[in-house]
Write a protein that binds this ligand. Structure first.
Ligand code: BGC
Length: 762
């Protein structure tokens, strides 16, 4: 007879007594034993620091190398292949050889790999899923360059928060944004991804984006990545991946502040640039990675290489082979290896041979583990794998509404002769001309993996909703070429209209990484088209689609109004229609100078005076000048018109006895003197003369975006501390010497009121 049968024959009280005496104690002993056996790193009641220390002790060097390995999951954003199949990837995850995936998204996929990592690898360390969510996941926002033209930090933070919400609902933990590279060269395709040419503004914007992405690290947010640290935007002649050469003074004052703004905002991760600094690739550049980022800035997060940038140090002529590349990268303080797998392959032996210290490796791995703990993945690895959220949180009407507002705020009005805009009479006959105005396929740039072009609203769709009498002609083809037939059709359409709205520029596909162009003029056929349309005598509104400033010099005379639209994203057509019809009064100001001609590049507002500056920096005989073009750009940094006018007056320096504890105070009055309510971005620049290191002719130090009703005026007060007025030495030490400080306040970097005072050096 089995023991079960014997138990059934016993009387109930005996069974109860038996349970109390034997079964309950045995069970609770087992439970307690299990509890005691729960490793420290799996125990949510213990501090993250102790859990990391415990886990580090348990990990083999191979598993540590695995944590430093980010595997490409699918899409290619650089050279190489993505052929590793699912089974091979699964095996690597099981073996603890993958710490993170790039471009694996969608809950079904992330859940699959996360389960393999947690349930089938020896230590069950969860994975981090990363993706380039650059300006939206599926709801696509304006490109970052355009978004920056809003100077609207609250709005920018909100846009990133929406992107984070959508991405996290699709299983993503981490984005490779914001790009903080400063560039003065619109030939470089990646100017679209940054916040323009000014270090101060870019620092503020990067900070806002980091806050928006990361929030409080809950599962509605994602980790941000500050890239491409440092100086990648200074590629020579704007050619992608090209050489970079700059002084330390330039590094500190022009390039580092935007990365610093993002690091100070708490960015969890930083990406090494592809470029060199002082002849050493960033991935192996101890000065940038360890001395500045880790030691001086006290960055506590982790670094990731750019796409195979550790391995690419071989092609750079810096590393002998992949072993040498790994050694140099890790010893410089770099950490996770994106795509190349050289760390996975070589690190264990390098540590065993004493070429790389285990302390350095443990530090790197601990930083990565910290964020896995911080996101709560050890305690709930499937936190971001919620199919309900994936259904509900992505591409919602609310997200689209926010994207529409962002797009409206990013359109820069460059010209508006005879106040041709806004076109308030909705019965007006509009001729819309331009292939791109009706092409979903050309609306998005490279960085919109999950954006669906067909879901975006074209300019034609947007305008048609508002102006029922709209007629359309293409004018040029997909390749921006034209024929007499296309031009004739456009002219015929124009002849029946009251106003011509002409969408010119480039396909969105020409913006982004690996999209450097030597010729950034408006395509010749589009200029010819404008000339032909101009002869009809009808007013022309040009809408410029581009991810960079094109050279607009040749078209100014043929257009009454010019609206720089950039690449506005999902809500393009709706936003453009609202602005054209006056539903929103443009308030954006360009954050990048528009060159007068290609030969003028690089041209930027915060340049230096030179020893022969000439009058107003335009240059006369024997002075720094071009013989054939002006020195000044076509449209300067900070420029952008409104449908109304703003008058600046009464700039007063209130307190100029500046000391370490006493800031400079000033005020200025701004009045809306036009016929529309509007928003103005009030910009404050300084110049400091007699400095032991020369300083730019103007440096942006503060700004305020204000709303003014018709006739309304406001007096704004600004304070600037000594630190804010300082410049940095070649080692990043702030200094401010006695001498004349000029203050400029105005509507852009050129049209300003000014006042100066003598700083005595208190
Ligand atoms: C780019 C990075 C990007 C990475 C991953 C690289 O080619 O330079 O900005 O984050 O690919 O897609």
């Amino acid at each position: 007879m089995s023991y079960k049968k014997i138990i059934y024959t016993l009387p109930k009280p005996v069974i109860i007594l038996f349970a109390i005496l034997f079964i309950i104690p045995i069970l609770s002993f087992k439970i307690n034993k299990n509890k005691q056996q729960l490793p420290v790193y799996k125990n949510p009641k213990i501090s993250i620091e102790l859990r990391i220390a415990d886990l580090i002790k348990r990990m083999t060097i191979e598993e540590k190398a695995g944590q430093l390995n980010q595997m490409n999951g699918g899409s290619l954003t650089g050279p190489g292949s993505s052929k590793t199949d699912r089974d091979a990837k699964t095996l690597m995850v099981k073996q603890g050889k993958v710490g993170s995936f790039l471009t694996v998204s969608g809950v079904q996929n992330t859940l699959y790999f996360q389960k393999v990592a947690v349930q089938q690898s020896r230590l069950g360390i969860p994975l981090l899923f990363a993706m380039d969510v650059i300006h939206g996941y599926r709801t696509i926002f304006p490109i970052p360059l355009a978004e920056a033209c809003s100077w609207d930090l609250t709005g920018i933070e909100q846009n990133s928060a929406v992107s984070a919400k959508e991405a996290s609902a699709a299983g993503i933990h981490w984005t490779f944004a914001p790009m903080c590279d400063i560039s003065n060269d619109p030939r470089w395709g990646r100017v679209m991804e940054g916040a323009g040419e000014d270090p101060f503004l870019a620092g503020q914007i990067s900070g806002a984006r980091v806050k928006g992405f990361q929030g409080n690290f809950d599962n509605q947010h994602i980790l941000a990545c500050v890239k491409h640290y440092a100086g990648y935007g200074a590629v020579e002649a704007g050619r992608e991946y090209n050489h970079v050469d700059m002084s330390r003074v330039t590094l500190w004052n022009k390039h580092l502040p935007s990365y610093k703004g993002a690091v100070d905002a708490g960015a969890a991760t930083v990406m090494n640039g592809f470029n060199v600094f002082e002849g050493v690739p960033v991935s192996a550049n101890k000065y940038l990675v360890t001395d500045i980022l880790k030691n001086k800035w006290k960055f506590k997060g982790y670094l990731i290489s750019d796409w195979a940038s550790f391995e690419e140090m071989i092609a750079h002529g810096y590393a002998k082979d992949s072993i040498d590349a790994t050694q140099k990268a890790i010893n410089a303080g770099s950490m996770m290896d994106m795509k190349s797998e050289v760390v996975l392959k070589n690190l264990p032996n390098l540590v065993k041979n004493g070429k790389v210290s285990i302390t350095l490796v443990n530090n790197a791995v601990s930083r990565i583990l910290y964020y896995k703990f911080k996101l709560g993945l050890f305690d709930n690895p499937y936190k971001y794998c919620n199919t309900q959220r994936e259904e509900n949180d992505i591409f919602t009407p609310n997200n689209r509404e926010i994207a529409k507002t962002a797009a409206q705020k990013s359109l820069v009005l460059l010209q508006n002769k005879n106040s041709v805009l806004p076109i308030k009479n909705l019965d007006k006959k509009i001729a819309l001309i331009g292939y791109f105005a009706d092409s979903h396929a050309d609306m998005f740039d490279f960085w919109t993996f999950k954006g669906i072009p067909e879901e975006a609203v074209t300019i034609k769709e947007g305008l048609q909703k508002i102006y029922p009498n709209l007629k359309y002609a293409t004018g040029y083809d997909q390749d921006t070429k034209s024929t007499q037939k296309l031009i004739n059709e456009a002219v015929e359409t124009a002849q029946q209209a009251d106003v011509l709205v002409v969408n010119i520029g480039w396909s969105g596909k020409f913006a982004g990484e690996d999209r450097a162009f030597a010729d950034i003029n408006v395509p010749p056929a589009q200029v010819e088209l404008l000339k032909a349309l101009h002869q009809t005598g009808k007013p022309i509104v040009a809408l410029i689609s581009s991810g960079r400033p094109l050279i607009l010099t040749n078209i100014l005379d043929y257009c009454d109004a010019i609206l720089q639209c950039w690449i506005p994203g999902t809500e393009t057509g709706n936003a453009v229609a609202i602005v054209i019809s006056g539903g929103y009064n443009p308030s954006a100001k360009t954050v990048i100078s528009f060159p007068y001609s290609i030969g003028q590049i690089p041209v930027y507002y915060n340049h230096f005076n030179t020893s022969r500056p000439g009058l107003n920096n335009q240059g006369g005989a024997w002075e720094s000048r071009y013989r054939d073009i002006p020195n000044a750009p076509l449209f300067p940094f900070g420029f952008g018109l409104s449908y109304t006018n703003f008058a600046y007056s009464n700039l007063q320096l209130i307190d100029t006895l500046l000391t370490t504890n006493k800031p400079l105070k000033l005020k200025v009055t701004v009045q809306n003197t036009g016929n529309y309510d509007g928003e103005e971005i009030v910009q404050l620049y300084i110049n400091k003369k007699f400095s032991s290191i020369i300083r730019p002719v103007k440096e942006l130090k503060a700004f305020k975006k204000i709303a003014l009703k018709i006739g309304e005026q406001k007096t704004l007060e600004f304070t600037l501390t000594k630190k804010e007025l300082s410049y940095l030495t070649a080692e990043g030490i702030p200094f401010l010497e006695p001498g004349i400080i000029s203050i400029f306040v105005g509507t852009n970097s050129k049209d300003v009121l000014s006042k100066s005072f003598n700083y005595l050096g208190n």
